[in-house]
Design a protein. Sequence first.
Length: 122
Amino acid sequence: MHIGISTTMGDELARYLDLAAAQTKLTAANMANLDTPGYKTVGFDFDAEMRKAIAGAEADLPATTPKASHVDGLVSRPDGNNVSMDREGLNLADAQLKYRTGVSLLRVEYQRTMDAIHAQDR
């Protein structure tokens, strides 16, 4: 029998990881479409989506998919494509850092929870 233990912080970190993964997927899609004529870069506001995710976790609502939209203010090439590999490379590094940070924080949260469960054993 498996018993699931959930904490508010753990739930919020899980949503943080989901957003970091979504950011990675969008960045990869942008990079894959570098040579697609007319393709417009897509992305989402990570901070705004995280605020919504935290509010959803606190209200015990199911996680939602971040709202992606075209990124304004980018320079388009003559073929109409506005993907910048430099920008996407930075976004990928940012998403990877966020993901690694989330995993580290989640490990700490799980360890804290396990320590609390086993405190009486000491």
